[in-house]
Design a protein around this ligand. Structure first.
Ligand code: C2O
Ligand code: CU
Ligand code: CU
Length: 432
C-alpha cells in the first residue's frame, strides 16, 4: 500500500525458461517469474496501482480482462509498453468479487504473447464473498488453475506453427495446468475450490471429473452465481472462467479432466479444433484426514440487475471470416459510440458455418438474455464477459456502461479466439 492508500503491484514481464515436464526446459515468458504471473488480489472499494515493466525484447501490453475501469487503464492495443518502459495504470475496484485475469493485448500478436506464458489471475473480493461458505484460503483450499495447451518442438522450444488447418488457431497437444503437465494437488480439506481459467488461445475445455461425479459450480466470469449449481461439466472457451467446488472424502483421489465436447461444428472442424480430445488435467489427492469445510450458502450473490426492458439501444454484431460486421480491426476507427449510463442489448451472431467464435466485451460484465431465443442454461445466468457462440446461432446479451467516459480512448470488443482476434476480428467502442 502506498502513501495514497493504493494497493501497489509491481510486475515485470520477462523472458525465462520453464520445465513443463521434469528435465526438459523450454524458453518461455512470464511475469515476475519464468512462466505465467502472480495472482493479484484486491477488494471492492480499493484503489490499485500496477507498475508494469516490459523486459521482453519487443513491445507488449497488459490487459485486465473482465475489469471495469477507465479505457486508458485497460491495457489494450492503445496502451503499448516499449521494451524497458514501465506503464502504471491506476483505478478503483468497483465490481463484485470475481476471478478475473490479465494478459497481453497488442494488435496482431496477442496469441503468441499469451502462448509464451504471459497470463495471470486477478482475484477480487467483496464484502459478501467471504461469508457464503466458500473455501477461500488461497493455496490451502482455494486454487487458481490456469490452463494452457502447448506444442513442443523436438528441442523443447514452444512450437508456434499453427499448421495448415487451424480453424480456432494455434493448438497444442499437451495441456499444462499452472505450468505443470500431469500434476497433482494435495487436498487437506473436505472441499476445495478451483478457479478455472481457459488461458489458451484456441482450445476449448469441457471440465469435469474423470469418474463422472458432479461438482458445484459457484462462479462464472464476472462473479458468483446467484445460487450454487450441481453440474457434471462446464465448457470454457478461450478467456472464460468458472469456479467449482469439489468435495473429497479422506484418502480419495479424483481427476479433473477435459472431456470431448460438441461445439456445434462439423466433423472436420471439430477435429481440428481439438473438440474430440481428452486431457487429464490435474489429480486431486485427499489426505487421510481432512479439515472440515463450511456449508455453501444457498444464495451466493444477487442475480445481475440487467433487464432487456431497460435497454435504450440494440446493436448487432455479425462474426464471420475474420470480420465483425464485415470489417476488420482498425486502430484508427471507432466502430461504436455508447452513451454513459445506458443499458444496451448486443445481438451477436456467429455467421460462420463451421468456425467457433466467442465474444468478449471490455469494461463491462453482461448478462446473457438468450441463445437462439432460448433462455440460457443456469451456468450462464450470472455475470459474463466472454461467451461462446456456436456456428449459425445468435446470442443476445445486455449490459450497462457506467462511470467512465473518454472520447479519445476506446475499449475493445472481439472474438477471444486469439488467432481470430489477431487477424482482425475485433472492433472499438468509446463511452461518452
Ligand atoms: Cu482477454 Cu480483449 O481480452
Ligand atoms: Cu478483456
Ligand atoms: Cu473467432
Amino acid at each position: 500500500v502506498d502513501g495514497e492508500g493504493r494497493r501497489v503491484f509491481d510486475l515485470e514481464v520477462r523472458e525465462g525458461s520453464h520445465e513443463f515436464t521434469a528435465g526438459r526446459s523450454t524458453p518461455t515468458w512470464g511475469v515476475n517469474g519464468d512462466y505465467l504471473g502472480p495472482t493479484l488480489r484486491a477488494s471492492r472499494g480499493e484503489e490499485v496501482l500496477v507498475n508494469v515493466t516490459n523486459d521482453v525484447g519487443e513491445p507488449t501490453t497488459l490487459h485486465w480482462h473482465g475489469m471495469h475501469l477507465p479505457a486508458r487503464m485497460d491495457g489494450g492495443p492503445h496502451q503499448m509498453i516499449d521494451p524497458g518502459e514501465t506503464w502504471s495504470p491506476t483505478w478503483r475496484i468497483e465490481q463484485p468479487a470475481a476471478s478475473l485475469w490479465y494478459h497481453p493485448h497488442l494488435h496482431g500478436s496477442t496469441q503468441e504473447h499469451v502462448y509464451r506464458g504471459v497470463a495471470g489471475m486477478f482475484l477480487l473480493d467483496d464484502e459478501r464473498s467471504g461469508q457464503v461458505g466458500l473455501p477461500d484460503e488461497y493455496g490451502v483450499d482455494d486454487f487458481p488453475l490456469v490452463v494452457q495447451d502447448k506444442k513442443f518442438a523436438a528441442d523443447g522450444t514452444l512450437d508456434t506453427d499453427e499448421g495448415m488447418v487451424a480453424p480456432s488457431g494455434l493448438l497444442g497437444d499437451t495441456v499444462a495446468v499452472n505450468g505443470t503437465v500431469g500434476g497433482y494437488l494435495d487436498v487437506t480439506t473436505e472441499k476445495v475450490r478451483l478457479r478455472l481459467l481457459n488461458g489458451s488461445g484456441g482450445r476449448f475445455y469441457d471440465f469435469g471429473l474423470a469418474d463422472g461425479g458432479t461438482v458445484t459450480m459457484v462462479a462464472s466470469d464476472g462473479g458468483l452465481l446467484p445460487a450454487p449449481l450441481e453440474i457434471d461439466r462446464v465448457l470454457l472457451s478461450p478467456g472464460e472462467r468458472a469456479e467449482i467446488v469439489v468435495e473429497m472424502a479422506p484418502g480419495e483421489e479424483k481427476v479433473l479432466r477435459s472431456h470431448p465436447t460438441d461445439l456445434g461444428l462439423g466433423a472436420w472442424d471439430s477435429r481440428f479444433t481439438g473438440a474430440e480430445d481428452t486431457f487429464d488435467l490435474v489429480q486431486l489427492r485427499a489426505a487421510e484426514s481432512l479439515a472440515p469445510s463450511a456449508e455453501i450458502a444457498a444464495e451466493l450473490a444477487p442475480a445481475p440487475d440487467l433487464r432487456a426492458e431497460d435497454a435504450s439501444e440494440t446493436r448487432r454484431f455479425r462474426l464471420s471470416g475474420n470480420n465483425i460486421n464485415g470489417r476488420r480491426m482498425d486502430m484508427d476507427r471507432i466502430d461504436e459510440v455508447v452513451t454513459v449510463g445506458d443499458t444496451e442489448i448486443w445481438e451477436v451472431s456467429n455467421s460462420n458455418g463451421g468456425t467457433p467464435h466467442n465474444f468478449h466485451v471490455h469494461d463491462v460484465q453482461f448478462r446473457v438474455l438468450d441463445l437462439e431465443g432460448t433462455p440460457p442454461p443456469p451456468e450462464l445466468s450470472g455475470w459474463k464477459d466472454t461467451l461462446y457462440i456456436r456456428p449459425n446461432t445468435t446470442a443476445r446479451i445486455v449490459m450497462r456502461f457506467e462511470d467512465y467516459t473518454d472520447p479519445d480512448y476506446p475499449y475493445m470488443f472481439h472474438c477471444h479466439l486469439l488467432q481470430h482476434e489477431d487477424r482482425g476480428m475485433m472492433g472499438q467502442f468509446v463511452v461518452v
